[in-house]
Design a protein around this ligand. Sequence first.
Ligand code: BG6
Length: 511
Amino acid sequence: MVENAKKICPILAEGQNPCEEIIAPRCGIVIFGASGDLSFKKIIPSLYELYRKELSDGLYILGCSRTKYSDEEFREHTRVAIREYAEYETEKADTFLRSLYYIAGDYADQQFFRKIKLRAEELDKQYGVNRNRVFYMSVPPSLYETVASNLGEMNMVDDGSVKLVIEKPFGSDLQSARNLDQAIHKYFAESQIYRIDHYLGKDTVQNILIFRFANSIFEPVWNRNYIDHVQITIAEELGVESRGGYYDKSGALRDMFQNHMLQILALVAMEPPTSFASEHIRDEKAKLLRAIRPFDLDNLDDQLVRGQYAAGQVQGKKVKGYIEEEKVSKNSKTETYVAAKLFIDNWRWANVPFYMRTGKRLRGKDTEVAVTFRQIPHSMFKVSGLEMSGNVLVMQIQPEEGISLSFQAKRPGAKMCISTLWMDFKYKNVFQAEMPEAYQRLLLDCMTGDQTLFNRQDSVELAWQLLDPVLEKWQQSSDGPYIYPVGSESFPQADRLIEKDGRCWRKINED
Ligand code: BG6
């Protein structure tokens, strides 16, 4: 319906640009696990993009890994990666690649870290970096502690401007998250620790805050008096791909729910922070997570169900089931799908259900937050005999990023016919630009020292506190997950969770 955003949004008029670019100061990035998938697919292409867009004042990258590469080999692998995962501009790519260096070694060997220290000191001088160093742990979680303590023992962290980036999962339950935190805090202050949840780097996820707190019309109705229920969906079309080894020990609850899903929930439901300052936002998120009602373990199926994909056909092609995936145990009970109903026990949200689901190998890729408002209290339009549905506000996180609001309208003609229509805003139509990769924003924030979009330890622990009892219950149970065929929209037990409340899941990619 929005044909020309400039008409309704004067701030987008030509020549007006209310945004200031953030430019990162000179920085040295040391990547552990530099020869791995995440490094080549996300981290380095994102750093290249920051360089290409001139959002960095200058940087060098020191790749560290077990794989033996020379500087040249590392650069050539990186060239291939940025051709595939970034916007390749030959001249920029050439100069960027010249700032890449590499050291191979064993993480348990202090000699490896000694070499890294010396090399980083030389590079700091060469690139004019004033101790603004980022250590990025893109290694398996079992190595987090080893890397952090070796950095500590080598006296590489004694300066507040040194940052440590940690990929999720941060622990695999409450106790392990606490142990890891203690081990890291032995050397790093909380202000130096950047726990990544890449969903928080997505523009559309950040926009939840702008939408709620930079508009005056939504917040007054953002509560139990006007909202019937909320649905949060992260549906994936892909399966576990090459990550079976990691995933089989993790599952959807740990891999997606503990972090991405609960973080989105926190942004949707938290109270307005006093300011956009990092600690104010993170305080409100933690308060919200603390208010989630614990699951009733005796009636778990009414609140949380798990599923696992089984082999089937998608568009005429045979697709493997989860247990046939590489490095997955043949009798694995790991869940690839979780659906849950949560309540937030506070004044704003009393008795408003939040239905949340995430799964792999579903009918399509779709991440969205859908807020359904209450039905009108009394209908004077008895015409169609149909119940008029409540307005729905959909924040489409990906892939068709945008925001839509449904409303009822009269159809043209003499008859009194009412239809549900949608007001649609699509990022790509209005801004005519690709959405930036989440890692670009997160790396930029890290280089500038802004922790707003990173998880604080209390949020990590609150999320585990909520989920630990469920994980224990599953562990003790002889039952496994329900089975759903690849390409499914849903399955009966997940449907039951919402349908018994007289509601239904939105369709994947429903408009
Ligand atoms: C990761 C999970 O954190 O997020 C993956 O480990 C998942 O299992 C991925 O596929 C989804 O991210 P995105 O950005 O593709 O929605």
